[in-house]
Design a protein around this ligand. Sequence first.
Ligand code: ZN
Length: 256
Amino acid sequence: MVDTHAHLTEEVYDADREAMIASLSCDGLKYVFTVGYDVESSKKCVELAEKYENIYAIIGIHPENCQEYNASVREQLKQWCTHPKVIAIGEIGLDYHYEGYDKELQKKVLLDQIQLAYEMKMPIVIHLRDAVGDFVPFMQKHHNLLQYGVLLHCFSESLESYQIFEKMGFYVAFGGTVTFKNAPKVQKVAQYVPLDKLVLETDCPYLAPTPYRGQINYPKYVSLVAQKIAELKQCSLQVVLEQTDQNVKKIFPKVK
Ligand SMILES: [Zn+2]
């Protein structure tokens, strides 16, 4: 199993990070991808990936932090991209959830990081919240820059939206939300998405799956996501695990 989206750098793990990482393989996890959302967290992700064989880093500036993006940040991201354990640019995207967001700045910062990923021949990991109406035409317009792969993390849009992304060849990742009782929309999409376009994630420490909802989330809970997907797709857990592991290698060619 691979947890393709974790935030291992978060303070909540300070007390038990070492132990948690040491037990990953016992928990059935081959790799965990730790994801940055600003310069500071991206730097910590690279450090963790350097320290531990089974950790890879994804680095980037989240739309909520787009004010911090500038030419020197871009240069720093570019440098990290040359690191063998840095496998993608993310999480980047659009987020219109909280008051005070700047749509134009978010799009500008997203586009610049997409261009960087294209230059560096890297896939991108997308965070999308309350902005699908802008995101679809934006990605269609810049489709020529997306040939190294797009993964939509924590997918929570409608089936109709997914069908547009399906045509564009995007991959999607489901996390704990797919296990929630009140998430029929996410479950419907998970049922529909072809198994060869899907990967697993936790987004830990957030969004712990049922029965740990509301508690601190850990990479090991990705097994609960896998189980739910198998149940929704009426296939064996083994099939989900094998196929998603194969997909990881397709999306992230730098992963061994
Ligand atoms: Zn995240």
